[in-house]
Each structure stands twice: as structure tokens, then as C-alpha cells.
Design a binder for this molecule. Structure first.
Ligand code: ADP
Ligand code: ZN
Length: 618
């Protein structure tokens, strides 16, 4: 792979904006990129908190190009290093990596390039720094900066890479004059503070970007038949598009992937119990192919920088808002409209509470988990803007966003005090039958006055609450129970989700507290406005005309073939957004083509003629 390294793409000292335009083909910096880059180019340390897709990579790549020497990037994403390096080389940047997937010969070659100053960027797996060998290699070469990617690894208790990340504080001692830039997409105050202290970055300049991802539409729906609901979403809004579906269990991952495949959607499973080779192959296919769906447990996707993931769907409730935001953040890195969709129901709450109660760890750990779950439930049940809630969780303020389900179809609220009292009195009555435990199903059957076998068996039709709740449907009662549990006004216990009184239940029963509930939207009501919004969003992002649409498809086909030939992911050639712009502008000269965002000098030289030919042939 050392064969034919290109000459240096940048003359040291070239202005960052020039490099952005010439090498990366972009017009302007985003957000704080320019300030961060100038700070690091000037030799300053930086701690950068920016959401996934915010554009962190350029913050160290451009300084590495502009500064004298080799920029060393520490990243735990070993499986992705090859792709990252390929993407940089496609831009004419001299990049290499060192990790455990290479044999001795390959490593030696990269080391030689590093020492000869023939690299602009060197990606390094954190475990390389464990021994003295790599450290002394770095000392013999000329390091221009250290970038510490996924810096939250140092702060997350139990994280695989934490021990290695903890040793990174020594970089500061050994290379006091080399600037360090640490980057993460995890943003709670606690994580922020811990990264700063663990990596000795208290004196660094901290850049905290807005965590908003305006192109992602957040939607949370009541769970009915989740697979069917998912299929419907994919068919109506995301046909032929790439996405990730998260499930909690391996079994559910397998079943869902099978279900989608049976219904004509290309989907593959990904979970910890799969043969590592199959897993790697599924990940590689996801990165390389257009429009593949991966159904995965949460283990999938960290650091996957596929820019055109159009949707992230959750079929089970995530354990924390932080995790949810990281996972949904994998959608729409290219800035085009994308969907974050979550289906959630009472069963999720029951299951998660059970997992916390039966889990390991001390009381403090359980309390932390419970608090995290409660924050997640609050997000699900909110009648306010979802984005507002999410950003508030990260300590950032925002008004209603206009691009989430509650903004698009504001849910009604209703006074659920009486309904709550009915549920609670049924729970109290059943509690008197000590040995028997009943879940939501039995309570609802009783309220609805249904003489089921189980109702008759326990004489529940003789209870005073039998049949007092016919004003609501079964689905509505389920929603009431779910919300009471979410609000902590009712509790669940044991393996079967037995409903029991919570501490605050008495107050509701006694009439001392009113209960405000969200009315779950009826299906037909949400579908249409969401679609209109999607159309609006698409219009905002280069809507393709009748002539441009087939051209875009042709360009995509060309890209797929070219990517396959080179053995790289399609987006390494060009992003969707770039192909869209080419299709709608239909440039006829190289100069015009070079103006398209995402077409830098290297790619223009490499593919320009071919693209113009393609366009001219029409
Ligand atoms: P992060 O690492 O923060 O998740 P990336 O660095 O992968 O984000 O950037 C996300 C996407 O945005 C990439 O496709 C990148 O090429 C693009 N991007 C970054 N900065 C700019 C910019 N200034 N102009 C246009 N596109 C950009
Ligand atoms: Zn909103």
C-alpha cells in the first residue's frame, strides 16, 4: 500500500480555507470549524464537543495538512481505519494507519513512511501506545499534532478502550509543545468535565457546538405491531435507502432482518453472537452498498461514518437519552433529510425496569440507571418539542423545531385523573388477593367489563371496578397505564409485569393530584403531515427536477461500479449530496464541475472527464 504515495497535497502554511476548497472541495467552514482549526494550527490545545455529523474530522485533518510534520490521530475504530485512509487518499492526502490488523511487514512500511515525513496523517489504534515501541517511534519522527478521537472513551466506565485512553495523558508530558485536540460527540456536562481532567485538557480551549441536528426528524410512536409499523415506514418513506434498525435482543434482530427480507427489503443482521467474519462482511456491505438495511443490537455503528444513512429506527426503548442520541445521530451525516423513528410501549418499560432490578451493580448504579430510563421515558411521553427536550438534556436551549412529530402534529393532552383513579383502584383491589399477581392485561379487561376465562376464574367480575371503564378503548387504556408507569404514578414488579402501587399513587387516588396525559395520535393523523414535512424538507435540499432525477440515478450507477472496481465504499468516490448537485446543475466544463460542493482538485482530475462524458451523452 505504500506504492506510489502522492506528493504532498498542501504547502505548509497554506491558508485553511484554501485547503478546504482545493483539497476537500467545500466552499465554506461550518459552525466553529474555522476557529478550531486556526487555534490548533497556531499550536493551541482544544477540546471539541460536536454532534455526530457535525464535521469533526476536518478540525484535525486541515491543521495536520497545514502544520509541518505528521498529524497523529488516535482512534478506537480499528475496523474503519482502512476506509478512513482510503477516503483521504482519494482526496490526495497522504494517510496511513497502524493497528493490530496489519502484519509486521505492513506496519514496518508505514513506520518508514512516517519517519521519512511522507505522511500527512497517521491513524493509530490506542493499544499501540501501550508499549514503548510506538512511543519511541513517534519521538524519532516529527509529530505536528495529536488528535484524540472518540475522547469519551476515557470517561465511560467499563468502556473497552478506557484503560488505553487513560494512558493518553502522558502525551502532554512527553510532547509538551505538540498541540492536542480531543473530540467527542458525547456531551453531558459530566462527560465533558471528566474528559478534560483525564486528558489534562483543563487549559485547552473548549469548543462546544450546538448539538442540534436539524435535518433529522424525530418521531416516537406507540408500539403496536412494531415490525409491521417499521415495514410501513420503510415502504412509504425510505424505499431503497440505507438505514439502521436497533433491537434489544439477538433473537429480535434475527427475526426482524428475516421479516424485512421476506417483504422485499434488503436487510442483514448484526449482533455479538454472529460469526465475526459474517459480522465484518455485513458491516462492509453496509458501507459499500447503496440502500442496505442493517438490523443490529446497539453494538453496531460506533464511528460508522457512512454519510447517507437515511433512517435510524428503534424497535425497543433505548436505555438512556445519551445512547439514543448517539444512535440516531448516525442518520443524515450528509445533512440531507433523515428520520429517527422509535416505537415504544408499556412492555418496554416493564422489561427495562426488570433488567435494572435484576442487574448487577450497587444501589447507586441502579439509581443511575433508573434516572436514565426516566429521562428516556420523559422524552417518549412529552407533549413538547422532542428536539427541545433532547437539547435540554445536553444543557442547550431551543424553541419548537418544526421538524419532530410533536411539532408537526401537536398531541392533545387530557385530564386523565379519573382514568388514573380507576386503574389505581383496580390495582388496589387486586392487591388484596395476596397470592395472585396481575399485569396490565387483566386490569384492562376488568375495567372494560370483559368476562374472560381469567376474569371469571378469579371472580373479578364481582369487583366494584368491573366494567367502570367502557368510555375508553383497550388501546387508550394501555396508553393510560403506560403513561402512569412512565410518570412514576404506578409501578411494575417481577417477571410478569405485575402492576403495583407506587409511592405517589396514593395522592392520585385520594384526589390530591391531577394527572395530565398525552392522547396518542391516531395513525392516519400523523402519517400525512409527516409526509408533507418530508416533502418540504426534500425541497429544501436540492429537489431533483424531472430531467435531473434519471441523471442522478445514472451517476449513482457509475459511482457504484467505480467504487466496486476500487474496492472502496461508494461515498469515498462522491457523496449523494454531491451527485445530486451535479445532476441538477449539469455542468458542461471542468471549471463548472469544480464549483460543485464536494468536488476537490484531486477528484476533479480523476473523475472530471468521465462525468462530463456521462452528462454529455444525454
Ligand atoms: P463527525 O466526525 O463530526 O461525525 P464528519 O467529520 O464525518 O463528522 O463530517 C460529517 C460530514 O460533513 C462529512 O461527510 C464531511 O465531509 C461533511 N463536512 C464537514 N465539514 C464540511 C464543510 N465545511 N462543508 C461541507 N461539508 C462538510
Ligand atoms: Zn420539534
Amino acid at each position: 500500500m505504500a506504492a506510489g504515495l502522492p506528493p504532498r497535497a498542501v504547502t505548509p502554511g497554506e491558508a485553511p480555507l484554501e485547503v478546504l476548497r482545493r483539497v476537500f472541495g467545500y466552499d465554506a467552514f461550518r459552525g466553529e470549524q474555522q476557529e478550531i482549526i486556526e487555534h490548533v494550527v497556531g499550536g493551541g490545545d482544544a477540546l471539541v464537543l460536536m454532534p455526530t455529523g457535525g464535521g469533526k474530522s476536518l478540525c484535525y485533518q486541515i491543521p495536520a495538512l497545514v502544520r509541518e510534520g505528521v498529524g497523529v490521530v488516535i482512534s478506537p475504530l480499528i475496523a474503519l481505519m482502512q476506509d478512513q485512509v482510503d477516503a483521504l487518499r482519494a482526496l490526495g492526502v497522504r494517510a496511513g494507519f497502524l493497528n493490530s490488523t496489519q502484519d509486521f511487514e505492513e506496519r514496518r512500511l508505514v513506520e518508514a513512511e512516517f519517519l521519512a515525513g511522507e505522511l500527512d496523517l497517521l491513524y493509530l489504534a490506542p493499544e499501540r501506545l501501550r508499549g514503548e515501541a510506538t512511543l519511541s517511534l513517534l519521538e524519532r519522527g516529527h509529530v505536528s499534532l495529536f488528535a484524540i478521537d472518540e475522547a469519551h472513551c476515557v470517561a465511560q466506565w467499563g468502556h473497552d478502550f478506557r484503560p488505553d485512553y487513560l494512558t493518553l495523558s502522558q502525551l502532554h508530558e512527553r510532547w509538551p509543545d505538540v498541540p492536542r485536540i480531543a473530540l467527542t460527540a458525547t456531551a453531558t456536562q459530566a462527560t465533558h468535565t471528566e474528559i478534560a481532567s483525564r486528558l489534562k485538557l483543563q487549559d485547552a480551549r473548549h469548543f462546544v457546538a450546538s448539538f442540534d441536528r436539524p435535518n433529522i426528524q424525530y418521531r416516537i410512536v406507540p408500539k403496536g405491531e412494531p415490525r409491521k409499523q417499521l415495514l410501513n415506514l420503510l415502504r412509504t418513506e425510505h424505499t431503497g435507502e440505507a438505514g439502521i434498525v436497533y433491537c434489544l435482543s439477538r433473537a429480535s434482530v434475527e427475526k426482524t432482518a428475516e421479516y424485512l427480507t421476506q417483504h422485499g427489503i434488503q436487510a442483514v443482521p448484526y449482533h455479538a453472537m454472529l460469526d465475526p467474519r459474517v459480522r465484518a462482511e455485513h458491516q462492509a456491505r453496509f458501507l459499500r452498498e447503496d440502500g442496505l438495511v442493517v438490523v443490529a443490537t446497539i453494538a453496531f455503528g460506533m464511528g460508522i461514518d457512512k454519510p447517507d444513512v437515511r433512517f435510524v429506527a428503534h424497535l425497543d426503548l433505548p436505555k438512556s437519552v445519551e445512547g439514543y442520541y448517539q444512535e440516531t445521530g448516525r442518520a443524515g451525516r450528509d445533512g440531507l433529510p433523515s428520520t429517527a423513528w422509535l416505537a415504544y410501549g408499556l412492555q418496554d418499560v416493564v422489561q427495562q425496569r426488570k433488567m435494572i432490578d435484576g442487574g448487577q451493580g450497587d444501589a447507586a448504579h441502579q439509581r443511575r440507571q433508573t434516572a436514565q430510563l426516566d429521562a428516556m421515558l420523559a422524552l417518549c411521553e412529552t407533549v413538547e418539542c422532542r428536539r427541545g427536550q433532547l437539547l435540554a438534556y445536553f444543557g442547550q436551549e431551543s424553541g419548537p423545531c418544526g421538524n419532530c412529530d410533536t411539532c408537526l402534529t401537536p398531541p392533545e393532552t387530557w385530564d386523565g385523573t379519573v382514568a388514573a383513579q380507576k386503574v389505581l383502584s383496580a390495582v388496589v383491589r387486586l392487591k388484596r388477593e395476596r397470592r395472585q399477581k396481575f399485569g396490565a392485561g387483566q386490569i384492562i379487561d376488568i375495567l372494560l367489563g370483559r368476562k374472560t376465562a381469567k376474569v371469571i376464574q378469579f371472580d373479578h367480575d364481582a369487583l366494584s371496578v368491573f366494567g367502570v371503564g367502557t368510555e375508553l378503548t383497550e388501546a387508550e387504556w394501555r396508553s393510560v397505564v403506560r403513561q402512569l408507569v412512565a410518570q412514576g404514578l404506578l409501578a411494575v414488579e417481577g417477571d410478569y409485569g405485575t402492576l403495583v402501587m407506587a409511592e405517589a399513587s396514593g395522592e392520585v387516588l385520594g384526589g390530591g393530584r391531577t394527572v395530565k396525559l398525552r392522547r396518542d395520535p391516531v395513525k392516519a393523523k400523523t402519517a400525512r403531515p409527516a409526509k408533507e414535512a418530508a416533502a418540504r424538507q426534500k425541497a429544501a435540499a436540492v429537489e431533483l427536477s424531472a430531467e435531473a432525477a434519471p441523471l442522478f440515478e445514472e451517476l449513482r450507477a457509475w459511482r457504484a461500479a467505480t467504487a466496486k472496481e476500487q474496492g472502496v465504499p461508494a461515498y469515498v468516490i462522491f457523496h449523494d449530496a454531491t451527485l445530486r448537485e451535479i445532476a441538477s446543475r449539469a455542468p458542461s466544463t471542468l471549471a463548472q464541475l469544480g464549483e460543485v460542493s464536494g468536488v476537490g482538485a484531486n477528484k476533479l482530475a480523476k473523475y472530471g472527464e468521465r462525468i462530463l462524458e456521462l452528462l454529455a451523452a444525454r
